[in-house]
Design a protein around this ligand. Structure first.
Ligand SMILES: [Cu+2]
Length: 137
């Protein structure tokens, strides 16, 4: 009994930490969108991306593994999205266009390589909403 009690307490703490992490999602819409994916896997490899007038932060994103999860937040006063195209110009991932303050979490399978992140709204990429995504093995 003297040995089992601390282990039980540690298990309870670990559970509390997991549920804390799960409730940190800023909007209920993002939480709902993330639900179909495995929650633990998504949390481990989530890349936070902020879009605003007119930039994408971070400008360079480096990830490893084939599954990339973005948590995209619109910090600007106007609508934006995050779109990813490969080196041939083909769009391989995109969020919907997010209202100011809006968020979306999206997961995509990507082969190793270098991709371009941008906002697909007219003119936004040339105004500075462009970045680089590097996926390594
Ligand atoms: Cu934009």
């Amino acid at each position: 009994m003297m040995i089992r009690l601390p282990i039980l307490l540690m298990a309870t703490c670990a559970l509390a930490l997991v549920s804390c992490g799960g409730s940190a999602t800023p909007s209920s819409r993002a939480a709902a969108a993330a639900t179909p994916a495995a929650p633990t896997a998504a949390q481990a490899g989530v890349t936070e991306v902020h879009v605003s007038d007119f930039k994408i932060t971070p400008a360079t994103i480096t990830t490893s593994g084939s599954s990339v999860t973005f948590a995209v937040h619109n910090d600007g006063p106007t609508v934006h999205n995050l779109t990813v195209r490969d080196s041939s110009g083909k769009v391989v991932a995109s969020t919907k266009t997010l209202k100011p303050g809006g968020s979306e979490t999206t997961s995509v399978q990507l082969a190793p390589g270098t991709y371009t992140t941008f906002c697909s709204l007219p003119g936004h990429e040339s105004l500075g909403m462009r970045g680089t995504l590097v996926v390594s093995e």
